[in-house]
Design a protein around this ligand. Structure first.
Ligand SMILES: *Cc1c(COP(=O)(O)O)cnc(C)c1O
Length: 369
């Protein structure tokens, strides 16, 4: 059997991409806000239903720039249950992450636990829409307003997600996307920042291009985080397929839900009313009354060439550079410890065969053996 990985990237039609490449070859314009970059930004903003978007070469540089453009300093309240880039972007900017516990169902930052962590050094909250499930944005907004804090959403998983028919990317001061090859929507590598006004977009665009305002003036210590023309042309074609891809992902999720229903000790997430999901991940949670431990099931799948992933285990707070932070106290991150020890993300991607989904469900259903 061929190995089945947790994801498989969608690719644009090769002939169409070749046509785009021919245009690039002709123009000799490879990066620095070229035709494809401009068109992709316009089309992406339209597709996502957001007012302003700035493209980046990857999501991590977009996160680092988001912290810079809002001049975030001191302490930032965030989650230990995420990909390590969420907080690496903070350390890289000399900011101290303060880990807040998560909820036991979705694994998202628990807004009710934020206030207790606020100090006179706190400047921002950085929640993550884990697996694309929206964080409780209204509660976070309330806290942010009360304490005058900025909010940057790590929306790396949340491409196309809507709540009550409104893009989830419109909440907070900024939202950051990743278009890495493993994400629902990819530009090979890539990312973006969504913001609400032209002035902020301008500042973000300066920052991602060394801080250049024009040929002779540098307004801030910027970085080089620009998306190039090949990525932009690739992304533009990807936009044609993304809606169809999400429908296919939904189908995969439904087959899993059907197959895993009623298996004792296996919990999975159902759709949330009012939310348009993107089905970027299919996490299951292995509870105590399941006959195998999480790691035993993970290994069993592996033995059958199913390479599921334990997103997010270990917790960020368990990595060496975070272990000595004051907020890294497992007794205060109780839910995060539980969820990280229960999770397995099963393979999900548009081209995943129904037969394989059923095989995986059967492997998990121990009573089949
Ligand atoms: C993928 C990811 C990132 C980083 O994005 P890159 O484009 O890979 O740099 C950041 N945060 C989360 C939650 C992610 O999943």
């Amino acid at each position: 059997m061929k190995p089945i990985l947790v994801t498989q990237p969608s690719l644009p039609d090769l002939k169409e991409f070749t046509k785009s490449l021919e245009k690039i070859w002709e123009s000799k314009w490879l990066t620095n806000n070229g035709q494809f970059h401009q068109e992709f930004e316009r089309e992406l903003a339209k597709h996502l239903g957001v007012p302003y978007i700035s493209l980046f070469s990857n999501g991590t540089l977009a996160l680092m720039t988001a912290l810079q453009v809002l001049d975030i300093q001191g302490e930032v309240i965030t989650t230990p249950y995420s990909f390590v880039a969420t907080t690496h972007a903070m350390l890289w900017n000399n900011i101290t992450p303060v880990f807040c516990d998560i909820d036991l169902v979705y694994g998202n930052l628990d807004p009710d636990k934020i206030e207790a962590l606020i100090t006179d050094k706190t400047t921002a909250i950085v929640p993550v829409h884990v697996y694309g499930n929206p964080v409780e944005v209204e509660k976070i907004e309330k806290i942010a307003n009360k304490y005058n804090l900025k909010v940057i959403y790590d929306a790396a998983h949340a491409f196309g997600v809507e709540k009550d028919k409104k893009s989830i990317l419109n909440f907070g001061d900024l939202s950051v996307l990743s278009f890495h090859a493993t994400k629902t929507f990819n530009t090979i590598e890539g990312g973006a920042i969504v913001c609400h006004d032209a002035e902020t977009k301008k500042k973000i665009d300066y920052l991602k291009n060394f801080g250049f305002e024009n040929e002779t003036s540098v307004v801030q210590v910027g970085i080089n985080a620009k998306m190039n023309e090949l990525q932009a042309a690739f992304g533009l074609l990807q936009l044609k397929n993304i809606d169809r891809d999400i429908v296919k992902r939904k189908k995969v999720a439904e087959i899993y839900q059907e197959g895993l229903n009623h298996i004792k000790g296996i919990r999975f997430l159902n759709d949330i009313p009012g939310v348009k999901h993107n089905y970027s991940y299919f996490p299951i949670f292995i509870e105590k009354d399941y006959p195998l431990t999480r790691d035993e099931l993970y290994q069993k799948l592996k033995d059958h060439q199913i390479f599921a992933r334990r997103y997010f285990y270990p917790l960020i707070s368990d990595f060496e550079m975070y272990r000595n932070l004051e907020s890294t106290n497992p007794t205060k991150l109780i839910n995060a410890v539980i969820v990280a020890n229960e999770v397995i993300c099963l393979p999900i991607y548009p081209k995943l065969d129904e037969e394989i989904i059923l095989d995986i469900s059967h492997l998990i259903n121990i009573s089949n053996e």
